[in-house]
Structure formats: structure tokens, C-alpha cells
Design a protein around this ligand. Structure first.
Ligand code: PEP
Length: 249
């Protein structure tokens, strides 16, 4: 049985009252089962509330980004040490919105991955091509380039999320053939970089996942769950996705 992940990426959404209502509904309904991991990535001010409200559920809380330095004069930044201290289990790194709007680079990702491992956080490394890159036939080259940061980091616990940029928040998900081709490519690449350990790294799909398409996505080889934005903002939908992940095992 492969462990399946469903990670909610709330992005810059929810105020405390909404996050609290989500956690209440989640806590009332969620039954943790072996083989499935629930993750929630709220924005920084919501972390303490979400962590304390979901403590008993087994859900793992993630930051959405962090700086590589443990502390210092970096106004506006949050460190891996601070995420760990707050009670986070891991951190999302390299999300396309960070690459697109905040100049995230491969060089910064190398330092962030190493810092995450130093502070015992599980990184979820996001990779994905734009529509222009896909239409030009460069999808696998782009992914290869993005994965090459892992040749410079050393090795630690890792989750990879394939998120085609054109599928994020658009309602247009990648089809089964596209997901299958890319996930097989990522698996091979991880194997070439890490040897047998590369076979065990979970590869999630992200991009307009909903309870209406998740069952099909979960059946695709090398898909170990989903990184979910829009559909993860409502507890009811997040719970349905988790149930689908449990039933897929
Ligand atoms: C995401 O933000 O990682 C994401 C996949 O968003 P959505 O599910 O809304 O496409």
C-alpha cells in the first residue's frame, strides 16, 4: 500500500474565524487511517490556531514557504526554525506562485531544501510547466531543470508535487495521459538522482483537483495524492478528497 497524501494549500485565504470553523468541521469528521496523510498549509498567522485545533486528528501542518536563514535581518520573512518551533511538520517550496510573483529561483530552492532538512521539516517541492512551455514541447525539459536542484542539495525526506501552472486555479486539470507521462518521467528522474530511495518519494499531482476528478487521478501510476488549492478551502470538500484517498488504497 502506497501512502496517499492530500495537502490543502490555502494560499492567502481565510481569516481566523474561517480557519477555526474549518478545523472544527474537520476535527468532527476526520478519521485518520493508515496509508493516508492529511496536510494543511495555512498562511503564517493562522498556523498556531490550526496546529492546536487539529492536534488530535493526526493532520500535519505545513508552511507555504520559508527563508533559508535561521534568523536575522530579513524583514517580512519567516524561517524554517520558526516553522518548526510553531509545530509545523513541513513546508511547501517552489510553488509556481512563488516562482512567478516572488522571484523564487533554483538557487534559493537549493538553500531552502537544505534548511528544511536541517530543521527537520518535510519539504514539498513543487514543479510544473507553463502553457507556453507545454505548447512549445518543452514540458519535460522544464521539469528536468526544476528537478536538477535535487542534485545540489544532498538527500533528505521529500515530497514532490507536479503542478502544471496552466492547471492551477483554472478549472482545467491535466488529463490522465499528461499526468501519467509526467509522473513516470519524475519517478525516473528521482531514481537517477537518488537510486532506490528515489522510488519511495511521493509524487503528488496538483492543479484544479476536486472531488469530481480526484478518484480518476488517484488511479494513475505514480500518483501518491494531491496538492489542492481551491477545493481545499471548504472542510466538506477536503474531507471528501481524504475519503477518496483512503478508498483508493
Ligand atoms: C495549488 O495552489 O497548489 C493548486 C493546485 O491550486 P488549485 O487546486 O486551486 O488549482
Amino acid at each position: 500500500m502506497t501512502t496517499k497524501w492530500v495537502i490543502a494549500n490555502w494560499k492567502m485565504n481565510h481569516l481566523r474565524a474561517e480557519a477555526s470553523a474549518f478545523c472544527e468541521a474537520f476535527r468532527a469528521d476526520y478519521k485518520a487511517r493508515p496509508g493516508v496523510e492529511a496536510g494543511i498549509a495555512p498562511s503564517f498567522p493562522l498556523l498556531p490556531g490550526v496546529i492546536s485545533q487539529t492536534e488530535t486528528t493526526g493532520a500535519k501542518v505545513f508552511g507555504q514557504n520559508a527563508h533559508w536563514e535561521p534568523k536575522g535581518a530579513f524583514t517580512g520573512a519567516v524561517s524554517m526554525a520558526q516553522l518548526k518551533d510553531a509545530g509545523c511538520h513541513g513546508v511547501i517550496l517552489g510553488h509556481s506562485e512563488r516562482r512567478q510573483f516572488f522571484n523564487e529561483t533554483d538557487d534559493s530552492l537549493v538553500k531552502k531544501l537544505q534548511a528544511a532538512w536541517e530543521f527537520d521539516l518535510l519539504p514539498v517541492l513543487c514543479i510544473g510547466e507553463t502553457l507556453t512551455q507545454r505548447d512549445a514541447g518543452f514540458t519535460l525539459d522544464v521539469l528536468r531543470q526544476q528537478l536538477s536542484v535535487l542534485e545540489r542539495t544532498g538527500h533528505g525526506p521529500l515530497v514532490v508535487a507536479y503542478e502544471p501552472v496552466w492547471a492551477i486555479g483554472t478549472g482545467r486539470r491535466a488529463d490522465a495521459t499528461q499526468i501519467e507521462e509526467v509522473h513516470a518521467f519524475i519517478r525516473e528522474d528521482l531514481w537517477l538522482t537518488f537510486g532506490d530511495a528515489g522510488r519511495e518519494i511521493p509524487i503528488l499531482y496538483g492543479g484544479s483537483v476536486t472531488p469530481d476528478n480526484f478518484e480518476e487521478i488517484l488511479r494513475i501510476p505514480h500518483v501518491a495524492g494531491g496538492l489542492v488549492g481551491g477545493a481545499s478551502l471548504e472542510a466538506g470538500k477536503f474531507l471528501r478528497l481524504l475519503k477518496q484517498a483512503q478508498e483508493s488504497n
